[in-house]
Design a protein around this ligand. Structure first.
Ligand code: FAD
Length: 394
């Protein structure tokens, strides 16, 4: 086999999924993760179509099901908590919904015996030489690997080192999102409540078998400069943006400081002409983040991992043709998934007329032939890519 040792950056969804398949095909895999340990909890992600098929082929579908969350009914309310519109169960849950951290744990358990995990470290330098990549780490000594894969998310470190600054590839969708865990004080039965005003949306939904809830805040804005590590600054941005809002907002803001977790970022998509350069390739959000609005990121991550590993295996480790085939197999699928975020303006309208229209649309949608559009459209796209039966897993 030409390439044997593979270093993967990122231990969330794409990274461990790739390690799973590469190990099965006889590669030696190492994962470096910048967090000091697996990141637990987090927000709900979901699987559809071909994503479910990959979980089945990995033999972990039943294990993943044990953590299923499935958001119930979604109700849009006004500031007096009066129902404006409601959507049925499963409207946004895909075929199988799970918290990102729980999914990451299942993938870690499925790979930890055969993959070397290095936590609390990250890649600081990559030098491609004739027979491999010399990798510098911020804490561990330098080492040489045959291949390096960046599966380190929207703000990928590998992408920055190998392809250049993220400003070339990360396209801001003009919306910021914060999400954190709160007690389920509204007694939500896995249901979701959404309240919206001009350019803003606040959602609360039951989580973890109703034991807790998640508060989420969306707002449209021109680019804001913020420090990714400065959670205090990010919380202050949310406090200021939503200070004048009513409904449950003041109470949710009060709970923000007690939250065990806090996620804040811009909604963005990654668009690149190519996902590889020499021996280095990108996978998952690092290559083609579609944003949470598209709801296909986890499916793309596991499907991409399946294809990349399969092509490396079929090419006997000959990475150039394998990377080319991985990319051509994924491109059209990724483009379709990214397009799903195009309706963002209807979720968070920025003009009064659009706000009014969007409310009317949500109101009548359940009584129209398009009532299942949010379920059927992603499902159709998730079924639009077929999986090869790579020899070893057939
Ligand atoms: C609020 C929200 C809701 C979402 N909802 C859905 C949904 O309903 N359905 C869906 O399909 N998708 C959803 N997504 C998208 C989904 O979470 C991502 O597409 C998916 O997690 C991508 O997996 P990944 O492994 O490529 O990247 P990530 O999950 O982003 O993981 C990247 C990993 O790399 C690590 N890392 C980062 N930088 C470095 C570095 N320099 N060195 C080492 N490690 C590093 C990170 O700590 C992390 O562990 C949602 C996303 C968000 C934010």
């Amino acid at each position: 086999m030409k390439a044997k040792t593979v270093l993967i950056s990122g231990a969330s969804i794409a990274g461990p999924s790739l390690a799973f398949w590469l190990h099965r095909y006889g590669f030696q895999t190492t994962i470096v993760e910048k967090a000091p340990a697996l990141r637990p909890g987090g927000y709900a992600v979901d699987f559809r179509g071909v994503g479910m098929e990959v979980l089945k082929r990995m033999g972990i579908l039943e294990e993943v099901r044990k953590y299923e969350t499935r958001t119930g009914k979604i109700t849009m309310v006004n500031k007096n908590n009066k129902k404006v519109a409601s959507m049925p169960d499963g409207f946004t849950s895909g075929e199988l919904e799970i918290n990102r951290g729980d999914l990451s744990l299942v993938l870690y358990e499925a790979t930890k015996d055969n993959t070397t995990y290095i936590f609390d470290d990250s890649i600081t330098g990559l030098k491609q030489v004739a027979d491999g990549v010399e990798v510098q780490f911020s804490r561990n000594p330098s080492r040489k690997f045959d291949l390096v894969i960046g599966a380190d998310g929207l703000h990928s470190g590998v992408r920055a080192i190998a392809f250049g600054d993220e400003s070339k590839f990360v396209h801001n969708l003009g919306v910021y999102l914060a999400i954190y865990t709160i007690p389920n004080y509204l007694k939500l039965n896995m249901d979701a409540l959404f309240y919206g005003s001009l350019g803003k949306k606040v959602g609360v939904f039951g989580a973890r078998q109703r034991k807790e809830a998640k508060a989420s805040f969306y707002f449209t804005s021109d680019p804001i400069a913020f420090e990714r590590k400065d959670v205090g600054q990010q919380k202050q941005i949310i406090r200021e943006k939503f200070a004048a809002e009513s409904w449950e907002v003041p109470k949710l803001l009060e709970m923000m400081d007690e939250a065990p977790d806090f996620y804040f970022d811009t909604l963005a998509q990654v668009k690149m002409d190519t996902w590889s350069t020499g021996r280095v390739a990108l996978l998952g959000d690092a290559a083609h983040c579609a944003s949470p609005m598209a709801g296909m990121g986890t499916t793309m991550a596991v499907v991409g991992a399946y294809i990349l590993a399969g092509e490396l295996y079929e090419a006997n480790g000959d990475f150039l043709p394998a990377y080319a085939r991985y990319e051509s197999a994924m491109r059209t699928f990724v483009d379709k998934c990214q397009k799903l975020a195009d309706g963002i303006d209807w979720f968070i309208p920025t003009t009064r007329i659009k706000l009014w229209w969007s409310q009317q649309i949500w109101k009548i949608l359940p009584y129209t032939p398009w009532k299942n559009i949010m379920i059927e459209m992603p499902a159709k796209i998730a079924g639009s890519i077929s999986l090869n039966n790579y020899a070893a897993c057939a």
